[in-house]
Design a protein around this ligand. Structure first.
Ligand SMILES: Nc1ncnc2c1ncn2[C@@H]1O[C@H](COP(=O)(O)OP(=O)(O)OP(=O)(O)O)[C@@H](O)[C@H]1O
Ligand SMILES: [Mg+2]
Length: 274
């Protein structure tokens, strides 16, 4: 499968491998992962738990160094943490002692923007993120969906061209989640950003993405790349489009195969012979 086609892609990961050593055991998390993401596209990664998705993000963001392989941004090789990527971790990581306004400006402050200016920039966005009036609340006073929006605001406030989102809606109920997906598409469509999105939810991946990469069980590598040829803008009606249904069927098969392999690796034996 020719995964790498465009050497001027916004993000290109080439033959990335990652091994972890610890407590006497060696874990091969990633083996020869190759993928690319076109400028201004929305790309999702799906794959079984533990296949190395979050590890891949840490490598793409330059937070950890791979055992081998290369990361390219705009065709240029990068080796360490860069001002180029904003990264939302799997947990929302809002600081409980900071009010929401001061939580969302955290990245700007760390980047050296004066507090007063950072607050002004953030305040202007609270309405758009459905958080108007909650500037001075603390994280525990917000619902799960609001906390996720605050964490997303913090990530997107950084105004960097490449955005990595690691299961941002994983903890939300189905209805809130579906509203958040529509909301994220609206934000993205007006923003000129390239987004890479990790999810376990296949319908979410199809609804949001231009392309979906399916990862194998550990050691993770790219098993398939699927193009999502659904017109934009998308709406709730896209879910019943015949192309959506066919893609879902195809992806479910691919992911299920790998999830079964991951289960077997963990020695559950439950699905032996499935
Ligand atoms: N710092 C680390 N030290 C040792 N092993 C690690 C470390 N980080 C990740 N791993 C291992 O690497 C593998 C991949 O982990 P990772 O968190 O990337 O998976 P994931 O695909 O994001 O899983 P999930 O879908 O559950 O979030 C796992 O076996 C994990 O135990
Ligand atoms: Mg993860």
């Amino acid at each position: 499968m020719p995964i790498v086609e465009n050497h001027r892609a916004k993000l290109r990961l080439e033959r990335i491998g990652m091994e972890f050593e610890g407590a006497g055991a060696r874990v091969v998390a990633l083996a020869d992962v190759t993928m690319e993401v076109r400028e201004n596209s929305f790309v999702s990664i799906v794959g079984p738990s533990g296949c190395g998705k979050s590890t891949l993000f840490s490598i793409a963001a330059g937070i950890i160094e791979p055992s081998y392989g290369e990361v390219y941004l705009d065709g240029k090789r990068v080796e360490r943490r860069t001002e180029y990527v904003s990264y939302m971790l799997q947990k929302d990581l809002l600081l409980p002692w900071r009010m929401i306004l001061d939580n969302v400006i955290l990245g700007l402050e760390i980047g050296g923007v004066p507090k007063r200016e950072a607050r002004e920039r953030a305040r202007a966005l609270f309405g758009r993120y459905g958080l108007q009036g909650f500037e001075n609340h603390y994280p525990h006073q917000l619902s799960g969906g609001m906390r996720q929006r605050a964490a997303l605001m913090r990530t997107l406030l950084l105004d960097r061209p490449l955005v990595l989102l690691d299961e941002p809606f994983g903890a939300l109920d189905a209805l809130t989640r579906s509203l958040m997906q529509e909301w994220l598409l609206q934000i993205w469509e007006g923003s000129q950003r390239t987004v890479v999105f990790i999810t376990h939810d296949i319908e979410e991946a199809i609804f949001l993405s231009d392309q979906i990469y399916v990862m194998s069980a550990r050691p993770g590598h790219m098993k398939a790349r699927v193009d999502v040829n659904l017109p934009r803008p998308r709406s709730i009606a896209s879910h019943t489009d015949a192309r959506f249904v066919a893609l879902k069927d195809h992806l479910l098969h691919l992911v299920r195969e790998e999830s079964l392999r991951a289960f077997e690796q963990q020695g559950s034996g439950v699905f032996a012979g499935a």
